[in-house]
Design a protein around this ligand. Structure first.
Ligand code: UDP
Length: 238
């Protein structure tokens, strides 16, 4: 029987840094923990597409600042997301989930190319689809790729997993009086110039009325609670 769920199809965005711990860009235990959190919602019957970043290994803008051509640096960043996606796929399959990695840059021996209708079919069949290589274009971020795929795949919500439990008006790590927003409009989020999500990604969500929930995936059960309708993190919507 399918559980009472608020969302039936989601796009989950993980930063590359979410996979690392203790100085390691990829920490096996951390990846396993993320995979098990995903499994909890998969078991509820939620259709899950995921986009993983690459910032734990490489960021195009930082590399470009050292003199590497920006577009080249960005392609390296997209390749980093493929590495993360394959590691995540492995952890998820070891927990018994059926998954597919689809890449925005074709590399057939490694994974399927991104084909929207095929991705939708996988989702309908209960396979978790991990979308790698960002948007396939330099000068974009994986947040923007996540917004794009969420809209394309008709997800009901874009879930952005971070290390803090929502959007604050200041850095809660350094300012104990920082105020957390339960909800924010797209416009306000854009005007605040938030670090949590870039303006291209926010604009794409705004134009397509794609709700965003920023939440802390390190909190055990948070993802499942959101699926069941709990108010976790910060909701960005109209
Ligand atoms: N990137 C890109 N186009 C995309 C997505 C990513 O060029 O559509 C590159 C860009 O250089 C970026 C890097 O890949 O810095 C890693 O992605 P991102 O910084 O978004 O990862 P995250 O911060 O989520 O770990």
């Amino acid at each position: 029987m399918v559980a009472e769920l608020k969302y039936r199809r989601i796009l989950l965005k993980l930063s590359g840094e979410a996979l690392g711990a203790q100085g390691n860009s990829i920490d096996a235990e951390t990846v396993r923990r993320i995979a098990s959190e995903v499994k909890r919602v998969h078991n509820l019957g939620v259709e899950i597409a995921m986009v993983v970043g690459g910032g734990n290994m490489w960021r195009g803008a930082y590399a470009a600042a050292t003199g590497i051509d920006r577009a080249t640096a960005d392609y390296v960043g997209m390749l980093a997301t493929v590495m993360n996606s394959l590691v995540l796929q492995d952890a998820m399959e070891k927990l018994g989930m059926v998954t597919r990695v689809q890449t925005a840059i074709e590399m057939p021996p490694v994974a399927e190319p991104f084909i929207r209708r095929r991705a939708e079919r996988h989702l309908e069949k209960g396979r978790v689809v991990i979308l790698a290589a960002g948007s396939g274009n330099p000068f974009f971020t994986t947040d923007t790729a996540a917004a794009l795929r969420a809209v394309e795949l008709n997800a009901q919500v874009l879930l952005k997993a971070t290390k803090v439990d929502g959007i604050y008006d200041d850095d809660p790590v350094h300012n104990p009086y920082a105020h957390k927003f339960e909800e924010l409009s797209y416009m306000r989020a854009l005007n605040m110039g938030l670090k949590v999500m870039d303006s291209t990604a926010l604009s794409l969500c705004k134009d397509n009325k794609m709700p965003i929930i920023v939440f802390n995936m390190q909190q055990e059960g948070a993802l499942e609670a959101i699926m069941r309708g709990a108010k976790c993190g910060t909701l960005v919507s109209e």
